[in-house]
Design a protein around this ligand. Structure first.
Ligand code: GLA
Length: 730
C-alpha cells in the first residue's frame, strides 16, 4: 500500500492515507486543527461531509465577523476549555498564576518516516519504510506552552497511532491536570458502543449498549489497567462480528486510564482515551516536556473481526519484542494448580521426568519456591530459594530440564513485598504508604514503591542476578494486587503524580531486563488478566489470561479477550476437574480444545493422572505441536458468541488461506437442540475444502448454506474440524 501524508495549502487539509484508510485534519484560519474524517480511504476529500455552522443561542464565537463559527460545532483534534467547546477537554493546565486558560494556535508541521520513539513509555515499533508520522505543533505564546500532536500511519495496517506532547517554554512551573492521548469528534448516527467489564476470574465480558445523551466513562484508578474495564472502547454501526464499520480505541499503557464517550445536545459524539485525570497530574518545570501514552485507533469496515485483525496484526508486527514475532512458545506444565505452595525438589524432579515422558517442552515452578513461602502471607521480596523445600538449590531442577532438552521457568511477583519478609524489616520505607496512615493490604501484601530509583535498581539487580545464576528460560511476572495509596514515603511530588511515576518506574525496569535478556520469555500475569494491555505486550509476548481455568467460563473470557489480543498472545492451561474455581466438571476433550485455541499448556497434576489419561495427554501434546504453527500465525475469526448463544465458535485461518481449524463448544445439552448451523463467511467461493472427516464442500456452500455441527450428548461438549483447500489439480 502506498503511504502518504500530505498538506494541501489550497484546501488546508492534512491527509494521512495508506490507500486503505484516511485520516483528515483541516487547518482552519491557519490557527485551529479541525477533525474532518477518519475511516475508509477517500480520494480528493472535498469537505462535503462538514457540518454547517449554526448560529444557535448559547453558542459562543470569537468575533462579530465570525458569528457562525463556534467551537460548539467544530470537531477538534485537541479540544480545550474556555473556547466555547463545552464537552470534555483534551488538555487542562493550571499555570503559575493559577490561570487555567490556554489558547494555543497552529505554529508548524513536520512529517517524518517511521514512528516516534518514546524513550520512557512502551510504543509502536516500525522501520522508516513501514510508517510515516505527522507532527502538528501549536504554541500559546502568552503562556509559553508548546503542544505537539503526533499521528502515525502504517503501510501494512489500518491503525493510526496518536499521542501528544507538552513542552514548557516559560520560566515558571505549571501543572498538567488532564492530558488525553486522543480525542475524536464525529457525529452520532445510531452507533452502538462496545466496551468490556470484568473481574478477577471473569475477565473481558463483552458489552454492547446504545449511546445515550451525556457522558459514558470507564477506566481504572487501581494503578493497573485492570480487568474491571480494560482500556478499550468502540463505536460501530451494526455491532456485528463480520459486517459493518467499527472505530475502536485502545492505549499502549498499563496504568490508570479513562475512556469516554460523550453525546451532546446536537448529536455530536466525542470519543476520548488517555490517562485518568482523577488520578493524574504533573508538574512541568521550565524546558521540561511530558508525553502521553500512545492511543491506538483502528478502523474496520469488516465488523469486529476486521477490527481484531488490525489489532492482532499491529501487536504482532509493531508492538511485541520483534524476536518473539515468529517464535513458537514451549508447551509448559505449571505447578500452580498442581500443588499450589506445596512445592519441593523431589516432587518437581518427578514432574520434570513425567513432563518429559509426556512431551512437554518446559516446566514452570510457580509460587512457593522462595524463603519460607508457604502461603500468600509471607516472603515476597525475599527472592532466595527456600532451603527446606529445595536443599540443593534449584540446580538439580535446572540441570534435569537441560539434560532432557526442556526449558525451566519460574514465578516472580517482583513489584510486591510481604509484611512478613526480611526486605520489609530492612526497608520499610520502600512500601507504598502515606506517612500518616497504615498501608492497606491486598492479597496479604504491600506494593513496592517503584517511583523510587533505588527500588527500581534493587529490582533490576535482584532479578538480573537470579537470571544469571540459574539460567532460567522463562519468568512468569505476576502482580496480584492493585494500588490503593498514591503516596511515596521517600519523595515529595504531587500524590496525583504517583501512579504515572509508578508506571514509568516499572517500564524502566522492564526495559532494562528485556533488553539485557532478550531471549528470556517473560509471561505477563496479574492474577490472570488484571493488567493485560498493549503496554505490557510491548515487553511480554504472552499473558496468563485468567485464573479461571474452567472449561465453560473461559470460553467467554477467551472470546472477549480476542477482540484485542491474538489467541496466541494468551496462555491457556488444561487443568483438573472438578475445576478449582467453579467446581464444575467439563470433559477433558473440551478443556483441551479450549486450551488449544491459545498458547497451550497444562496445570493439572500429572503425577496423579492414570496411565490412560497420560496416553490421552501425550497424544494431545503431539497434536498441538502440529497445530500451533497455524494457531500462532493465524487470522482468527469469531463465529458464534457465548454472550448471545448457548454455544461458542471460532475459526483459525492459515496465513496462506489454505488451512482452517474450526472450534466450537456447546454449553448445556438440550434434547431439542442437538447442534448449530454455522456459516463460515471467510472461505473462497469457488474453492473446494476437504474436511478432516473426508467430506468435500465448496466455499460458497459453507459460506451461504452453512454447516450444521452436531455435538455429543451431554453438557460442555466441544467440536473441532480441519478444512483444507483442495489444490486445483486434485
Ligand atoms: C496468581 C496467578 C496464578 C498463580 C498465583 C500464585 O493468582 O494468576 O497463576 O501464579 O498467583 O500465587
Amino acid at each position: 500500500m502506498t503511504l502518504s501524508i500530505t498538506f494541501d495549502s489550497t484546501t488546508n487539509y492534512f491527509h494521512l492515507t495508506n490507500q486503505s484508510i484516511s485520516y483528515i485534519i483541516e487547518l482552519l484560519d491557519n490557527r485551529y486543527l479541525i477533525h474532518r474524517y477518519w475511516g475508509k480511504s477517500v480520494r480528493n476529500y472535498s469537505g462535503a461531509n462538514r457540518l454547517p455552522s449554526y448560529k444557535k443561542t448559547f453558542a459562543s464565537f470569537q468575533s462579530l465577523e465570525q458569528d457562525n463559527q463556534s467551537f460548539e460545532f467544530l470537531p477538534q483534534e485537541c479540544p480545550l476549555s474556555f473556547m466555547g467547546d463545552y464537552k470534555e477537554a483534551g488538555l487542562k493546565l493550571r499555570l503559575a498564576d493559577q490561570s487555567e486558560m490556554l489558547r494555543p494556535i497552529f505554529h508548524s508541521y513536520n512529517i517524518f518516516n517511521g514512528v516516534p520513539n518514546l524513550p520512557d513509555l512502551p510504543h509502536a515499533r516500525a522501520t522508516i519504510d513501514e510508517a510515516k508520522t505527522l507532527v502538528l505543533t501549536l504554541i500559546d505564546s502568552t503562556s509559553r506552552v508548546q503542544l505537539d500532536l503526533f499521528y502515525s500511519i502504517f503501510k501494512d495496517n489500518n491503525t493510526i497511532i496518536r499521542s501528544s506532547k507538552l513542552t514548557n517554554l516559560s520560566s515558571d512551573e505549571f501543572e498538567i491536570q488532564h492530558f488525553a492521548s486522543a480525542t475524536i469528534d464525529t457525529l452520532y448516527q445510531g452507533q452502538q458502543l462496545t466496551s468490556f467489564y470484568g473481574s478477577h476470574q471473569k475477565e473481558f465480558q463483552l458489552q454492547h449498549t446504545s449511546i445515550t445523551h451525556g457522558q459514558f466513562r470507564i477506566g481504572s484508578s487501581r494503578g493497573a489497567s485492570g480487568p474491571q474495564y480494560p482500556p478499550f472502547i468502540a463505536i460501530s454501526d451494526l455491532a456485528h462480528e463480520c459486517y459493518g464499520e467499527v472505530r475502536a480505541l485502545t492505549l499502549i499503557y498499563s496504568g490508570n486510564h479513562t475512556e469516554l464517550i460523550e453525546r451532546d445536545q446536537y448529536d455530536q459524539l466525542r470519543l476520548q482515551i488517555g490517562l485518568n485525570p482523577e488520578m493524574f497530574s504533573w508538574k512541568l518545570g521550565p524546558k521540561e516536556c511530558f508525553s502521553t501514552p500512545q492511543a491506538v485507533l483502528v478502523y474496520s469496515d469488516a465488523g469486529f473481526n476486521g477490527m481484531s485483525h488490525q489489532f492482532h496484526h499491529f501487536t504482532r508486527h509493531h508492538l511485541l519484542p520483534s524476536q518473539f514475532k515468529n517464535e513458537i512458545a514451549p508447551i509448559l506444565i505449571n505447578s500452580w494448580e498442581m500443588t499450589y505452595f506445596d512445592v519441593n525438589e523431589e516432587q518437581m524432579l518427578q514432574v520434570i521426568e513425567q513432563a518429559h515422558q509426556l512431551g512437554f517442552e518446559a516446566v514452570v515452578l510457580d509460587d512457593g519456591w522462595f524463603s519460607g513461602r508457604n502461603s500468600s502471607k509471607t516472603s515476597l521480596g525475599d527472592w532466595h530459594v527456600d532451603p527446606i523445600k529445595f536443599p540443593n538449590d534449584l540446580t538439580p531442577l535446572v540441570n534435569s530440564c537441560q539434560q532432557k532438552g526442556m526449558k525451566f521457568g519460574i514465578w516472580f511477583e517482583p513489584e510486591m513485598i510481604s509484611a512478613q519478609s526480611q526486605l520489609c524489616k530492612e526497608k520499610p520505607e520502600w512500601i507504598v504508604k502515606s506517612p500518616y496512615f497504615p498501608a492497606y493490604y491486598g492479597r496479604n501484601q504491600y506494593v513496592l514503591d517503584l517511583t523510587q530509583k533505588e527500588v527500581q535498581d534493587w529490582l533490576i539487580q535482584t532479578l538480573s542476578t537470579f537470571i544469571e545464576t540459574y539460567h532460567v528460560d522463562y519468568i512468569k511476572w505476576d502482580m496480584n494486587r492493585h494500588l490503593v495509596e498514591n503516596e511515596s514515603q521517600l519523595a515529595h511530588f504531587l500524590p496525583k503524580e504517583f501512579s504515572h511515576r509508578y508506571m514509568l518506574g516499572l517500564y524502566r525496569v522492564l526495559n532494562y531486563l528485556t533488553q539485557q535478556f532478550p531471549n528470556l520469555l517473560f509471561e505477563n500475569c496479574s492474577s490472570g488478566g488484571g493488567r493485560l494491555d498493549f503496554g505490557m505486550l510491548y515487553y511480554f509476548p504472552q499473558t496468563w489470561l485468567s485464573d479461571n481455568t474452567d472449561g465453560l467460563d473461559r470460553q467467554a473470557i477467551q472470546y472477549g479477550a480476542s477482540y484485542l489480543f491474538h489467541p496466541y498472545q494468551l496462555t491457556g492451561h488444561v487443568s483438573a476437574v472438578p475445576n478449582h474455581q467453579t467446581n464444575r466438571t467439563t470433559p477433558l476433550q473440551t478443556r483441551m480444545d479450549l486450551a488449544d485455541s491459545t498458547n497451550m499448556g497444562y496445570e493439572l497434576n500429572i503425577l496423579k493422572t492414570s496411565l490412560e489419561d497420560n496416553h490421552v495427554i501425550a497424544h494431545h501434546i503431539n497434536r498441538y505441536k502440529s497445530l500451533r504453527q497455524l494457531i500462532q500465525t493465524s487470522r482468527f475469526y469469531r463465529l458464534l458468541s457465548p454472550f448471545d448463544h448457548n454455544a461458542t465458535a471460532w475459526l483459525f485461518e492459515s496465513e496462506d488461506k489454505e488451512n482452517y481449524y474450526l472450534v466450537a463448544f456447546r454449553n448445556t445439552y438440550s434434547v431439542s437442540q442437538t447442534g448449530y448451523l454455522l456459516r463460515i463467511p471467510y472461505l473462497d467461493d469457488n474453492a473446494y475444502y476437504i474436511t478432516s472427516n473426508g467430506e468435500s464442500y465448496t466455499g460458497s456452500d459453507l459460506k451461504n448454506a452453512g454447516l450444521f455441527i452436531s455435538f455429543e450428548k451431554g453438557d460442555y461438549q466441544s467440536y473441532t474440524l480441519y478444512l483444507k483447500k483442495k489444490r486445483e489439480n486434485h
